[in-house]
Write a protein that binds this ligand. Structure first.
Ligand code: FES
Length: 121
């Protein structure tokens, strides 16, 4: 079980439980389930609309999360959120390179509590 806190400057923070080990539940699916208004478009990792910033609640380390998939890498690079150097390092370290993720692609893992910051319009 993990706790995921969604935070935005326009909405009250909301903390919800994520099912550990489902291996299928994305941040976006969790947000939809709990009526949290994260903006999204394609839902398939192509448009970048669902960009979020993900941190460990303890703030001491980068969240492990699932590794970035190929689509996420391509879109985040195109948006200037990750560099080729960070991508190369990610494949060596096997952890996400920084805090930027696509909510429709990031799978929630058990064992760590997350802060998900989403943009406000
Ligand atoms: Fe399009 Fe996530 S909704 S990339």
């Amino acid at each position: 079980m993990s706790l995921v806190t969604f935070s935005s400057t326009l909405h009250k923070d909301k903390t919800v439980y994520a099912v550990a080990g489902s291996h299928t539940q994305t941040i976006l699916a969790l947000a939809k389930e709990h009526h949290i208004p994260i903006d999204f478009g394609c839902g398939e990792g192509d448009c970048g609309t669902c960009l979020v910033k993900v941190s460990s609640v303890d703030g001491k380390r980068r969240p492990m999360g699932g590794p970035l998939n190929v689509r996420e890498v391509a879109v985040l690079k195109e948006m200037g959120r990750i560099t080729q150097e960070e991508i190369d390092k990610m494949y060596v370290d096997d952890i996400p390179p920084n805090h930027w993720r696509l909510a429709c692609q990031m799978i929630v893992r058990g064992g760590e509590d997350l802060l998900v910051e989403y943009p406000s319009k």
